[in-house]
Design a protein around this ligand. Structure first.
Ligand SMILES: *Cc1c(COP(=O)(O)O)cnc(C)c1O
Length: 365
């Protein structure tokens, strides 16, 4: 058996729609699939605007640019995230101000935000890590009190709701990623959601080289080429057509893991789900307890020898050269050292999940 930690599942109309792009020659960033995908995405998430981009990183950059982030500004964000979160802040010249995570949810520790707010703080950028929502209400309250923007990195969180509303647009705007290992994929791709008309217009302007929408080849500002192609959107449209199935399959896989891994909770911690959210399980993570003799990396190697691919929890960004801080963020560091993501995707069968658990059980006991 060989079980990848994640994989693109292309079981909808992907081929049909992509072939339509090829047959009609609409392969670039014009074509009907882009608007259709945006429309379906806006409907699914419940936001007024959905703006497609070439990947998730530039989607985040675009939001920050449109909000006017610049050198001298500070953005508060968790140190435990994928590097794109910090990089998009850095592209604007603004400074990342890192914050530790809470142990249960792996997300931004909202109790530590207020003391980090300075005169330079412009935004709080929570990440809904691994498909579990950050606790948004306390963040929105602080943002109101100090007049800050809230931007959600929902790259991993399609299908995640906070108190019944889909994540992404609680603040000014948020974004999703459609990289190959994400719940919905277009190969590379991203999407911004917002309810703010003015901000949406500004982001569309910036995304298309700053071209005046009423005057072709007239560019009043320096823009970017952050456009999605019609081929990407064709895949995305097919994928969002069966998004409910994708999410349901992940719930099923997670339920199997919870059930089958119960006897191993002497050795590992299973993901907790806060009351204010569901968990869309972009990744199912397990955390090695202190009594476990084998190291996290040894465990991953042993699983690898059995054909089971896993991945370590992200390295906290403050531990990597571009963002290095000689400072401890204890929870993020612990999660990173002890956590692994086990195979989680919409195509997993019960047999495969049982195989993963069986091997884990043999190695851990
Ligand atoms: C995937 C991801 C992104 C965006 O990544 P792209 O590969 O550029 O689409 C941003 N933030 C997080 C937390 C991610 O997981």
């Amino acid at each position: 058996m060989r079980i990848p930690v994640s994989m693109p599942i292309l079981n909808s109309n992907e081929k049909k729609y992509v072939n339509e792009c090829l047959d009609t020659t609409w392969i670039s960033s014009n074509g009907k699939f882009i608007a259709e995908f945006e429309k379906r995405f806006a409907e699914f998430t419940g936001y007024k605007h959905a703006i497609a981009t070439s990947n998730g990183t530039v989607a985040l950059h675009l939001i920050l640019l449109a909000l006017g982030l610049k050198p001298g500004d500070e953005v508060i964000t968790p140190t435990l995230s994928y590097i794109a979160t910090a990089n998009s802040i850095t592209y604007t010249g603004a400074k990342t101000v890192f914050i530790d995570s809470e142990e249960n949810t792996c997300n931004i520790d909202v109790n530590q935000i207020e003391k980090l707010i300075t005169k330079k703080t412009k935004a709080i950028l929570p990440v809904h890590l691994y498909g579990h929502s950050a606790d948004l209400d306390p963040i929105l309250k602080l943002a109101k009190k100090y007049n800050l923007y809230v931007i959600e990195d929902a790259a991993e969180a399609i299908g995640t709701y906070y108190k019944g509303k889909h994540v992404g647009g609680f603040g000014q705007a948020g974004m999703f990623s459609f990289f190959g290992n994400k719940t919905l994929t277009t190969g590379e791709g991203g999407m911004i959601v917002t309810d703010n008309d003015e901000l949406a217009a500004q982001m569309r302007l910036l995304k298309g080289q700053g071209m005046d929408p009423k005057r072709r080849y007239w560019h009043p500002i320096v823009g970017y080429n952050y456009r999605m192609t019609n081929i990407q959107a064709a895949i995305g449209l097919a994928q969002i057509e069966n998004i409910e199935w994708r999410l349901k399959r992940r719930q099923e896989v997670a339920e199997w893991y919870y059930e089958l891994l119960k006897p191993l909770t002497k050795y590992i911690e299973l993901p907790t789900i806060a009351k204010y959210t569901n968990h869309s399980f972009w990744m199912f993570n397990i955390l090695l307890k202190d009594n476990v003799k084998i190291s996290r990396d040894e465990l991953m190697n042993k699983l690898g020898e059995e054909g089971i691919e896993t991945r370590p929890i992200f390295y906290p960004m403050h531990t990597m050269p571009p963002y290095f801080e000689n400072k401890k963020y204890l929870i993020a560091e612990k999660l990173s050292a002890k956590g692994i993501s086990i195979p989680t995707h919409s195509g997993l069968t019960k047999e495969e999940v049982e195989y993963v658990v069986e091997k884990l059980s043999i190695i851990l006991q």
